[in-house]
Design a protein around this ligand. Structure first.
Ligand SMILES: Cc1ncc(COP(=O)(O)O)c(C=O)c1O
Length: 363
């Protein structure tokens, strides 16, 4: 394993280096209003190796290419996990992270499920902060709707063909500027129910591991080909209850104004979803619940949405199931409760509204 040909900076030297870099107030040629969710190479990423039972000190490097052995278990047996979170530019020009501690904990859970070494919460958070600071020029300005997406990941490396945990690991964090994940922002989009499952009921649906996503690509492709934004997965055991909306969680607003979201062991515990559960209850004064959401009982909802770091809140216009499109509030307009939730959540993420204790990390 080597660090590649790019510049590598050890963290002990890094603060000095970063200060020099930031003074240069680099400008990058990016059309902030046109950003989607495509890869853009930024200047620095964090890279750390685990060997012989311990993590090294970690570096920031300019090299965006990983050098792996051909028998690395991540390549054959999917021993890898990842996270996704965002850094935001506030109106005052400051930078903040949203609930990074929650991503750190979910990452540890994924590592444990796949028998990978855990990353201490403080190391995870510091790596994210260092990468954001080193790539400050790529953080979209306030008001553009863009943000800096941060992608931490761990892979099992070292040559080992047997189906067993790797003996070496790489933890890396890169970032890129992003705009809307589903085109159209707060415009509702339609989804179709898939016959495929993304995860088994006692499998890895609760963890953010690559295998879940590989298993979801065909269902996604079929939905997109048929003109839908993405597919909806039902529970793998009975195929009667809503689980996920593509790579986002589902929520519905009942006709009696409750915020309802599915409860299942094979759903990824969305940090956005738990934030909305809190905001619906404590800011909007709604009753909230995690419960079974039967696909045959969509009439109970006056509004529905998909939520996640990438999706933020995407209103669901309708869900296609059994040859029929069930429309919630409207296929063209966002519903009033969904709009209020969106405004509250994004105001906290962008620093316009103070969030609950501990939600925001100021850089
Ligand atoms: C399958 C899946 N569900 C839900 C979510 C939403 O989780 P979060 O709100 O933590 O981003 C994600 C990630 O964005 C996901 O990949």
């Amino acid at each position: 394993m080597h660090h590649g040909s790019g510049n590598v900076f050890f963290l002990s030297e890094q603060n000095r280096y970063l200060k020099k870099e930031l003074k240069m107030t680099k400008k990058v040629a990016i059309n902030w209003d046109q950003l989607g969710f495509d890869y853009i190479k930024t200047d620095y990423r964090y890279l750390s190796f685990w060997k012989e039972g311990q993590w090294d000190d970690g570096v920031l490097t300019e090299d965006n290419v990983l050098h792996l052995g051909e028998a690395a278990p991540c390549l054959h047996y999917g021993q890898q996990c990842f996270e996704g979170l965002k850094a935001y530019r506030t109106k005052a020009g400051e930078i903040q992270l949203f609930r990074v501690d929650q991503n750190a904990r979910r990452f540890q859970d994924s590592c444990q499920r796949l028998l990978m070494p855990v990353i201490p919460e403080a190391t995870f958070i510091k790596a994210c902060i260092d990468v954001v600071k080193a790539n400050e020029a790529y953080i979209p300005p306030y008001g553009t709707g863009g943000s800096l997406y941060i992608r931490p990941m761990m892979i099992g490396v070292g040559n080992s063909v047997a189906v067993k945990p790797a003996n070496e690991y790489i933890f890396t964090v890169f970032c890129m500027p992003v705009g809307a994940y589903f085109k159209g922002g707060l415009t509702p989009v339609n989804f179709m129910v898939s016959d495929y499952d993304r995860a088994a009921c006692n499998g890895t649906g609760q963890q953010k591991v690559g295998g879940n996503y590989a298993a979801s690509m065909l269902a996604h492709e079929i939905a997109v080909r048929k003109g839908y934004a993405d597919c909806i997965y039902l529970d793998p055991t009975t195929h009667t209850k809503i689980e996920e909306v593509g790579a986002a969680n589902f929520f519905g607003i009942t006709r009696d104004n409750r915020f309802v979201t599915p409860d299942s062991p094979s759903i990824l515990p969305s940090i956005t979803k738990y934030s909305l559960l809190y905001l619906a209850e404590h800011v909007l004064g709604m009753a909230v619940s995690e419960e079974d959401v039967f696909i045959d009982e969509l009439d109970q909802f006056s509004e529905a949405g998909a939520c996640g770091t990438a999706a933020v809140i995407t209103p669901i216009g309708g869900i296609f199931h059994h040859n029929r499109l069930h429309v919630f509030y409207s296929q063209t307009e966002v519903g009033p409760v969904t709009k209020k939730l969106y405004d509250t959540l994004t105001a906290i993420q962008l620093g316009d509204l103070a969030g609950p204790e501990g939600w925001i990390t100021h850089l």
